[in-house]
Ligand binder design. Structure first.
Ligand code: PEP
Length: 248
C-alpha cells in the first residue's frame, strides 16, 4: 500500500524568531513531490499561518479538547480547529501526557473526536528512557496503541502515527536510524494486533525527537520512516526546509 509521507512542524509555545510571514514565505518554496508539509502553530496563530501558506501546505492543531463542546475553560475543540482551516491535529504528544497528565483514556477520546470532525490525527506514542533501558519499548508502544483501539477507527480516513521516544524530544539526543527502523517494526506488529487491518501497513509512521538537517539522512536511510514530526528545528525555516529536502 502506498503511504503518504509528511514532514510536520510543531512550534509548541514558540514562534519562529525570523517572523511568521517570512517563515511561511520561505516554506512556500518547498517541492512537495516527496513529502507533504503540515504546520502546527499555537492556536491563536492558526488562521494567520493558514492565510500565508500555499493552499497545498496544511495547518494542524497541536492539541484538541477531549470533549465536543461546553464548559471546559481554556480548551479548544476539534471542530473549532477545523473552522480555522486546520485539517490535522496532534494528539497524545508526550508533553501533553507528562506535563498535563493526559492519560490513555483522554488521548483515545481526542483521537475519536478528531476523526469524527474530519481532522487527520497525528497520534504520538513513545517510550521513556527507563522503558528503553529495561527492554520494554515494544510493550509500552503496544499498550499506547491498544488504548486507542476503538470503533472510531473503523470510520477514520488516514491516521498518522508519530513515534517520539520521550528521551529524544528536545534533548538533542536523537534515536539512530537503525533504532527507529527496529521500533517501527514493533509498532506495525502492535497495529496488526490491535487496530483495524488496513492500518497495519497503511498508517504512515513518522519519527520525532531532535531531528535536524544533520541527522535526517541516517533516519531515512533505513527506508521505514514516512516522515518527521519536528519541534525545535522547525522554528528555523532553513532547517525545516532542509529536513523536508532530506526526505528525497
Ligand atoms: C516534538 O515536539 O514533537 C519534537 C519532536 O521536538 P524536538 O524536535 O524539539 O525534539
Amino acid at each position: 500500500m502506498m503511504r503518504h509521507r509528511y514532514v510536520i512542524a510543531n512550534w509548541k509555545m514558540n514562534l519562529p524568531p525570523e517572523g511568521i510571514e517570512p517563515w511561511a514565505d520561505a516554506i512556500n518554496g518547498a517541492d512537495l513531490a516527496t513529502a507533504a508539509l503540515v504546520v502546527a502553530p499555537p492556536f491563536p496563530y492558526l488562521e494567520r499561518v493558514r492565510a500565508r501558506l500555499r493552499d497545498d501546505i496544511a495547518t494542524a492543531g497541536q492539541n484538541c479538547a477531549d470533549q465536543e463542546k461546553g464548559a471546559y475553560t481554556g480548551e479548544v475543540s476539534a471542530a473549532m480547529l477545523w473552522e480555522t482551516g486546520a485539517r490535522f491535529v496532534i494528539v497524545g504528544h508526550s508533553e501533553r501526557r507528562s506535563i498535563y497528565g493526559e492519560g490513555d483514556g483522554i488521548v483515545a477520546r481526542k483521537l475519536a473526536l478528531a476523526i469524527s470532525t474530519g481532522l487527520t490525527p497525528v497520534l504520538c506514542i513513545g517510550e521513556s528512557l527507563r522503558a528503553r533501558d529495561s527492554g520494554k519499548v515494544a510493550t509500552v508502544l503496544a499498550d499506547q496503541l491498544r488504548a486507542c483501539a476503538q470503533p472510531a477507527l473503523e470510520s477514520a480516513g488516514e491516521v498518522i502515527l508519530a513515534y517520539e521516544p520521550v528521551w529524544a524530544i528536545g534533548t538533542g539526543r536523537n534515536a539512530t536510524g537503525s533504532m527507529v527502523a527496529e521500533t517501527v517494526g514493533r509498532i506495525r506488529e502492535a497495529l496488526a494486533r490491535f487496530w483495524p487491518e488496513r492500518f497495519t501497513t497503511g498508517a504512515p509512521i513518522l519519527y520525532g525527537g531532535s531531528v535536524t538537517p544533520d541527522n535526517v539522512s541516517d533516519l531515512v536511510a533505513h527506508g521505514t520512516i514516512d516522515g518527521f514530526l519536528v519541534g525545535g528545528a522547525s522554528l528555523d525555516s532553513a532547517k525545516f526546509a532542509g529536513i523536508h529536502a532530506g526526505m528525497r
